[in-house]
Design a protein around this ligand. Structure first.
Ligand SMILES: NC(=O)C1=CN([C@@H]2O[C@H](COP(=O)(O)OP(=O)(O)OC[C@H]3O[C@@H](n4cnc5c(N)ncnc54)[C@H](OP(=O)(O)O)[C@@H]3O)[C@@H](O)[C@H]2O)C=CC1
Ligand SMILES: O=C(O)C1=N[C@H](C(=O)O)C[C@H](O)C1
Length: 273
């Protein structure tokens, strides 16, 4: 019997790669309960018990295509879906006053504005990567970039599976932002996000991005600092998706009782400078 006093968590996009991992992570947790699973209208999981959808015994949670109804019965929503869905869910989570944990990447500036508006009414925790390791790497990147001058070229290289739809990855952008912050520059002024053809020589001070896509790679990120005489490489490898799911659940629990506002995993993990 599920303990109804535990914070209730809704997972959006439950059939996705992260959705399934998140459902299992919440079900395995003794600090939270699965309050709902949302799929889009017409999805063949809608109306079915989530336990059955996952190939096991019924769990008493029926998959719904009505996000507001699900959010209203929960304390937090964990959302790893797609930009258009996440913007819609942000407004609904705010309406329901549920903590909204956003892992979705590829968000455009106008999406971020709408999320910021929702965060005026509810707690939002958003990060392009919810793992402890990457968030430590973000802080290391900032420190190394601050310690080195522009004799060191900075490149962020990311490796992902062949189903990923956005580039650079959310993590690569977090690392690029950290490097730019360490250097005291704005990333938008120095980012070089795609090289093809006669590009000319590399511009001093640029921060370059490269995206590799292949097979089932979960997610790997290198930050390269290269001078004429030496090279430093900071590297993170996600062995499986559980690191993201565990971070997301931690964020959902951390968000309970926080006031409205937009936070990130550095807040959750206590890693802010
Ligand atoms: N921050 C982090 O730590 C991490 C972030 N991510 C990010 O999470 C996102 C999802 O990744 P992944 O799980 O691999 O992708 P998937 O494509 O496997 O899953 C996305 C899921 O969202 C569903 N979805 C999309 N729109 C809606 C909607 N309107 N209503 C309900 N469900 C919807 C999709 O359903 P359908 O198939 O019907 O479209 C699908 O089931 C990506 O942006 C990825 O970059 C991934 C890992 C870690
Ligand atoms: O799409 C993925 O899979 C991942 N996306 C995130 C990103 O864009 O950085 C995090 C992780 O690397 C996996």
């Amino acid at each position: 019997m599920t303990d109804q006093s535990l914070p209730g968590i809704v997972i959006t996009g439950g059939s996705g790669r992260m959705g399934q991992m998140l459902i299992r992570t919440v079900l395995d947790s003794d600090a939270a309960r699965l309050a709902g699973v949302v799929e889009r209208q017409g999805h063949d999981w809608v109306g079915r018990d989530i336990g059955t959808c996952l190939g096991g015994a019924p769990l008493g949670v029926t998959v719904t295509d009505d996000p507001l109804e699900a959010f209203a019965k929960a304390q937090a929503v964990i959302d790893f879906t797609a930009p258009a869905a996440t913007v819609e869910f942000a407004a609904l989570a705010a309406q329901a006053r549920a903590t909204h944990v956003i892992g979705t990447t590829g968000l455009a500036p106008e999406d971020l504005e709408k999320i910021a508006a929702a965060a005026r009414h509810a707690t939002v925790v958003r990060a392009g990567n919810m793992s402890l390791g990457v968030n430590l790497l973000v802080q290391l990147t900032k420190r190394v970039a601050a310690a080195l001058d522009e004799d060191f070229d900075i490149e962020v290289i990311e490796y992902h599976h062949n189903r990923k739809v956005d580039a650079p990855s959310g993590t690569a952008l977090m690392l690029g932002e950290a490097a730019a912050e360490g250097r005291g520059v704005a990333l938008d002024d120095v980012a070089d996000r795609g090289r093809d053809g006669i590009t000319g020589a590399r511009k001093r001070g640029d921060i370059g991005f490269a995206a590799i896509r292949g097979g089932g790679i979960v997610g790997e990120h290198d930050v390269l600092f290269a001078s004429e005489a030496e090279r430093i490489v900071l590297r993170h490898v996600a062995e499986d998706r559980s690191v993201f799911a565990r971070g997301a659940l931690k964020a959902a629990l951390w968000g309970q009782g926080k006031g409205p506002g937009e936070y990130d995993m550095l807040d959750v993990l206590g890693l802010k400078d």
